[in-house]
Design a protein. Structure first.
Length: 117
């Protein structure tokens, strides 16, 4: 069953930034783009890179390990890796592209809430 957890004050996260959030034994990424907030798994589904250490460009997060890119609005894979040629083909065979798991987020009285479950 799903439930909502509070992750802190909205004002604690500046526009265009992201941070790691621990919630019920999970590591999540929380990002702010303008007045919108996005939550996703903190680890890349490609090779487990820690996404909060990556780069945020609008709603696109880039993994610091192999350059995989995901849209935080949906988890859609934008680029599976920054590899090219044969290395990319072999990499896709070994680990097929998977979306990043995302979570609903809401604001309530200046607090950020993420839905888990």
């Amino acid at each position: 069953m799903s439930h909502w957890i509070e992750t802190g004050a909205a004002d604690d996260l500046a526009d265009g930034t992201m941070k790691a959030v621990a919630a019920e034994g999970m590591e999540l990424l929380l990002a702010r783009v303008g007045d919108s907030f996005y939550a996703a798994d903190a680890h890349c589904p490609h090779m487990g890179g820690f996404l909060p250490n990556g780069h945020l460009d609008g709603t696109i997060v880039t993994c610091p390990r192999h350059g995989s890119r995901f849209d935080l609005t949906s988890g859609k894979v934008i680029r599976w890796t920054n590899w090219t040629g044969v290395k990319l083909a072999v990499g896709k065979l070994l680990r097929s592209p998977r979306p990043l798991r995302t979570y609903p987020v809401r604001l309530d009285e200046g607090k950020v809430w993420i839905e888990l479950g």
